[in-house]
Design a binder for this molecule. Structure first.
Ligand SMILES: [Zn+2]
Length: 149
């Protein structure tokens, strides 16, 4: 069940991060990590700028959240991410033991669900929060990119 007072609110914050990626000509995916209704990390995809295929929004958010907490486990935290995590990010989330993953748009080809990536047994998952907004920004990005080339 989507809670409009926090899931939607925090997904909007993740969408703001996606917009920052968009403005830098990065594939627009954004993430925030929340603990006790407070954002402790925010990040967006930076694979082009860092020239690093691992610089997905989620990976950077995990690192930032662990830095903030001074510990590597994120058991009490929720990750909000605009796109369904890929295998790499879902795999990393296993090691963080994150409490919950909430994502926006589905990723049929490279998302962790169709690829059957194992999450930590304690990690809950909720998809489809602001799904339209989250996929719209990606569609807009790829349309603009196509028109430029
Ligand atoms: Zn990823």
């Amino acid at each position: 069940m989507i809670n409009p007072f926090d899931d939607v609110y925090f997904m909007k914050r993740a969408l703001q991060e996606a917009q920052l990626a968009f403005d830098k000509n990065e594939v627009p995916v954004g993430a925030v990590i929340v603990m006790n209704n407070q954002i402790i990390a925010r990040a967006h995809n930076l694979t082009e700028m860092l020239n690093d295929v691992t610089a997905h929004a989620e990976m950077q958010a995990f690192t930032a959240a662990a830095d903030f907490l001074g510990g590597k486990y994120l058991k009490e935290c929720t990750l909000y991410v605009t796109l369904e995590p890929c295998q790499m990010c879902a795999g990393a989330s296993y090691w963080t033991q994150i409490g919950k993953i909430v994502y926006g748009a589905s990723e049929e080809k490279r998302g962790f669900i169709n690829l059957n990536t194992t999450l930590h047994p304690k990690t809950k998952v909720l998809g489809g929060v602001l799904e339209n907004e989250c996929s719209e920004i990606l569609t807009r990005f790829f349309i603009e990119k196509r028109n430029l080339n």
